[in-house]
Design a protein around this ligand. Structure first.
Ligand code: SF4
Length: 466
């Protein structure tokens, strides 16, 4: 799956080891971003920060964690969906302004960031980064509101798009989620401490209890006085990102009130009913295809076997090979198990096809390992449009399903048959609140419109097919 992940946020209030627990929480959110990681902490007097490029294990050491005292902290793992990959764009961001010090960690993407940034620059703001998140801090710094909460409310009211935020002042942890609820944000408890995090798997790692989700449009202020919920924005139709269930979130998380594992297994079950295949074995493309493959196999009455093994240790040392050895690219990540595949009719299960190039290599690899037939099944509908709410997708022109029929894609990837899950099947799997999901990458219908000056970079023809 060639999608890049987005970002993970974590925040904790009221624990003497706030930075250490944030560090552990970020480990559980590593799958959401591997480019950089950062932690900011507060001890009631001042904020401190440590950020570095790379994964959590590389970004921190005993010394850097010791420089982060205090009972409040926020953390961030980043993959850049807006802004370049460099240290100055690593989050959290920390500023000092008339309202005091504040740090922010953001998951999502603001659709009106460019317009706001231009206006702020015209009014004298000097930006340090190319990230959309910095816009929030400039709006906050310029606010003349009397209190931190009012200034934040005023600045957040101006941003549009997807945001799940963890913010830190010298004595407060503040969580905020956009009124559409694009990205998840969970609230948990560890003794007297409060935690907010992108996914519940981060609560599990530190043995915290899940309390509830931070609600769409909610601003949650956590201080020595306890937890205060503010809902300052008019409610909007919900648009939870369905792709969190299809691919991004970890299967051991609960996201938007549902077990990711259950939803993903149901995707496979429904796909087996919609598009059965005469086959001997179901093989997932690991790791993201595993849950759907289990569901498919159960429904089809076929065995599921790990016919492809993933190398988990590629990390950042992997060098893009030259043309002459480019075919090793997929081989480094995946290796076929000949004893499982040889002479077998294989259902190969993946969570999506983006450009088609990787799927083509994998189908070839499975056939070269002796499979007699390969029936490719995809546990979501064809991806026809890019995401502008925090997921890094290629432009519409690069998405194979935007420009090719399913049979043309089948021929290109050299599969014996190819079928995708239907949009109805996807909606059925995510459950009764299906109308509250964003499905824009499968429909081209976008729930939050873009300001006119940003149409240019959309690179897509919007379609009304829903
Ligand atoms: S466009 Fe797709 S990836 Fe983006 S928020 Fe909507 S469902 Fe999620």
């Amino acid at each position: 799956m060639p999608y890049k992940d987005e970002c993970g946020v974590f925040g904790i209030f009221g624990h003497p080891e706030a930075a250490n627990l944030t560090y552990l929480g970020l480990y559980a959110l590593q799958h959401r971003g591997q480019e950089s990681a950062g932690i900011a902490s507060a001890d009631g007097e001042r904020l401190r920060i440590s950020r570095a490029m790379g994964q959590v294990a590389e970004a921190f050491n005993e010394h850097s964690l010791r420089t982060l005292p205090g009972h409040v902290a926020i953390g961030h793992t980043r993959y850049s969906t807006a802004g370049e990959s460099k240290l100055e764009n690593a989050q959290p961001f920390l500023i000092d302004c008339a309202h005091g010090q504040i740090a922010v960690a953001h998951n999502g993407n603001l659709v009106n960031a460019l317009g706001l940034r231009d206006e702020l620059v015209r009014n004298g703001s000097i930006f340090q980064t190319s990230s959309d998140t910095e816009v929030i801090l400039h709006l906050y710094a310029r606010s003349r509101a009397a209190s931190v909460e009012e200034a934040l409310t005023e600045s957040i009211a101006q941003i549009r798009g997807a945001y799940s935020l963890a913010l830190l002042t010298k004595n407060r942890l503040i969580a905020a989620r956009d009124p559409h609820g694009f990205r998840p944000l969970a609230l948990g408890r560890l003794g007297d401490a409060w935690i907010v995090c992108s996914e519940t798997c981060a609560l599990d790692l530190i043995c915290a209890q899940y309390e509830r989700d931070v609600e769409p449009g909610e601003l949650l202020v956590i201080s020595d006085g306890g937890l205060r919920s503010i809902k300052p924005f008019p409610p909007q139709p919900l648009s939870h990102c369905v792709f969190e269930h299809v691919y991004f979130s970890r299967p051991d998380s609960y996201v938007f009130g549902r077990s990711v594992n259950e939803v993903r297994t149901d995707l496979g079950r429904i796909l087996a009913r919609e598009a059965p295949a005469g086959a001997d074995v179901v093989v997932p493309i690991p790791d993201s295809g595993v849950c759907a493959a289990i569901g498919f196999a159960e429904e089809a009455g076929l065995p599921m076997k790990m016919g492809l093994i993933r190398n988990h240790y590629i990390g950042r040392t992997f060098i893009q090979p030259q043309q002459s050895i480019r075919h090793f690219n997929v081989r480094v990540k995946l290796n076929p198990v000949r004893s499982i595949l040889e002479g077998k009719r294989v259902v190969l299960l993946d969570d999506s096809i983006v450009r088609g190039t990787t799927s083509r290599k994998i189908v070839k690899m499975v056939k070269a390992a002796g499979a007699s037939e390969v029936h490719l099944r995809i546990s979501c509908p064809p991806t026809i449009s890019p995401c502008f709410y925090g997921v890094d997708t290629p432009s519409r022109a690069e998405l194979i399903a935007a420009t090719h029929t399913i049979d043309e894609i089948r021929k290109y990837v050299e599969a014996d048959s190819l079928a995708y899950l239907s949009l109805d099947g996807l909606r059925q799997a995510v459950g009764s609140e299906q109308k509250s999901y964003c499905t824009s990458c499968y429909t081209g219908v976008y729930p939050v419109a873009f300001p006119p000056n940003e149409q240019a970079y959309l690179q897509l023809a919007l379609k009304n097919v829903d």
